[in-house]
Structures are given as C-alpha cells and as structure tokens.
Design a protein around this ligand. Structure first.
Ligand SMILES: Nc1ncnc2c1ncn2[C@@H]1O[C@H](COP(=O)(O)OP(=O)(O)O)[C@@H](O)[C@H]1O
Ligand SMILES: [Mg+2]
Length: 265
C-alpha cells in the first residue's frame, strides 16, 4: 500500500512550480507512479480552431469534440476510465486525484516502446501481429459500445497478455452518434497503422482483426464518411509526392488504404 500522505505533500509541493512537465514519473517507497497535471498545455491551436468552426460544419463526423481543461478534463478522464473498467476493459489504477493532478500506478512499458524494441530486434512478424492485435482490441472497445476518442500506441500498454488503455482526453461521442465516434477511432488507428506496419500488406489483416470484434456500424460509418469526402480526397491525392510533408504522406497513405479496402477508389 502506498503512503498517500507522501503523495499529497509531493503534489502540494510541485503545484506551485510552473516548469513541471504535464506528465512525469514519480517514485515513492520503490513504487512507480505517473503524475499528470491537467491544464491548458495539451490544447493545440488546431483543436481550438476546429472547435471554433464546428457550428459551421454540417456533417456530424467533421465536428470537433468539446475542449475540456483543468479540473473538468481531469473529471472527464476519470469518468471514462471508470466506464472502461465497468465494461471489463483495463486502465491504469488511479491512486488519487488532488487539485488538478491525477496519479496513476505505473502500468508498464507502452505498446510503442515494445514495437520499437521489436523493430530493433528485426522481429517484424511479431511486430505486425501485435499491431493487428491492437486493432482487434479497439474493436473490442467498440463492441462494448464505447469509443476511445484518441487511440495511440503510446497510450496503450500490452503486458502479460493484458491490454491497458489510457489518456482519455477527447470525447467525440458527445458531438456525434457513437458509430461515427467509433469510425473516427478506426480512422485514427489506421493513420498510425499505415505508418507503423512493417509489411503494408498486413494492413488488411489489421482490418480483419478489427472487424472480428468491432461493430459493422462503425466500419460502415467510416465508409460513408469517406464516400462523402471522396472529391476532397481525390484533390489531396493530386498533391505531387515531392511537396507532400511527412504528415500529409501518412494521411494520404492511410486514406488510400481505407478507400481501396472499402471499394471507394
Ligand atoms: N499509468 C501509466 N503507466 C505507464 N505509462 C504511463 C502511465 N501514465 C502515463 N504514462 C506515460 O506518459 C505518457 C503521457 O501520459 P498521457 O496520459 O498520455 O498524457 P498526455 O495527455 O500528455 O499524452 C504516456 O504516453 C505514457 O508513456
Ligand atoms: Mg498521451
């Protein structure tokens, strides 16, 4: 058992310091914790702009999720972690919350660090299989009538056969029907998968892994959204490869895969 009073005094001590990182590790009596401070720091200009123009967007799936900061963001993250746990999904144990801090128990190395290790050891088959399994786990989250909101391999932990999810900071399900919020998760994971999958032909396997558990409604919602923006995508595809930045290349790669898989192009 952790001595909570030590954690409280630590948080009181650091709360006045302005140069603390938003998330950092802290150990007490050989136990490792993660301290996350909820403030403005994760709110990018892009998100504020997107939120600002949201009333002008007619399509539900294009709307920006609400922006929560400080105490409210902390509350929302704790709420979603609880909902996940109630659905039998694992999240890191929240030890306590204090002021605008949340302290969780260290849940182990992240999926992204496992993937990097596998790449360094040239274990590419295992690497791609793990990514397919990650897609399947997102399918399971969706099958429980939930969405993650911002799935990332750096915010997922795979250890001893268990999958742990965290960093719930976007709630698209509050501005669009669940099937579109899930479609957004699906779109986001393929954005990551199309960059990280070593053998690109394994992207099909990742989609099959997702669809084994994920609701057909989410897949169909993504399909209809991509169908809807087909014209915009066709213009983006015309941007010459030479002037495509890294992010654009990644986006085009994932949209191309999804559109082909879904028979849109
Ligand atoms: N309980 C935890 N166990 C293991 N790693 C964690 C834990 N909490 C945070 N981390 C690490 O800290 C990083 C940042 O935490 P996160 O909650 O994702 O904050 P942010 O909103 O800044 O991305 C994660 O990507 C992960 O590497
Ligand atoms: Mg994160």
């Amino acid at each position: 058992m952790v001595d909570r009073s030590k954690l409280y005094s630590y948080l009181d001590k650091i709360s006045s310091s302005s140069n603390q990182p938003r998330v950092h590790q802290h150990s007490i009596d050989d136990q490792v914790f993660w301290v996350k401070q909820f403030n403005w720091r994760n709110v990018t200009f892009g998100r504020v702009f997107h939120r600002g123009i949201t009333p002008l967007l007619r399509k539900q799936y294009l709307k920006a999720a609400p922006i929560y900061i400080s105490d409210k963001a902390l509350l929302k993250e704790c709420e979603k972690a609880k909902i996940f746990q109630e659905a039998g999904l694992l999240t890191p144990e929240i030890v306590l919350t204090h002021r605008n801090f949340m302290v969780t128990k260290d849940a182990g190395p992240t999926l992204v660090s496992e993937l990097i290790k596998m790449r360094e050891e040239s274990q590419f088959d295992k690497h791609d299989q793990l990514l397919c399994e990650w897609a399947a786990q997102i399918g399971k989250i969706h099958a429980a009538n939930l969405c993650h909101g911002r799935p990332e391999t750096r915010d997922t932990i795979y250890q001893d056969g268990n999958w742990i999810f965290f960093d719930f900071e976007e709630f698209p399900e509050e501005v669009m029907p669940l099937r579109f919020a899930q479609a957004r998760d699906l779109f986001l994971i393929f954005h990551i998968l199309s960059r990280d999958m070593h053998e690109k032909s394994n992207l099909d396997a990742a989609m099959s892994a997702y669809r084994e558990y994920g609701p057909a409604d989410a897949y169909n919602a993504l399909r209809s959204a991509l169908e809807d923006v087909k014209f915009v995508n066709s213009l983006i595809f015309k941007i010459p490869p030479k002037i495509r930045g890294r992010d654009l290349r990644q986006s085009i790669g994932s949209i191309e895969f999804l559109a082909q898989h879904m028979g849109i192009i």
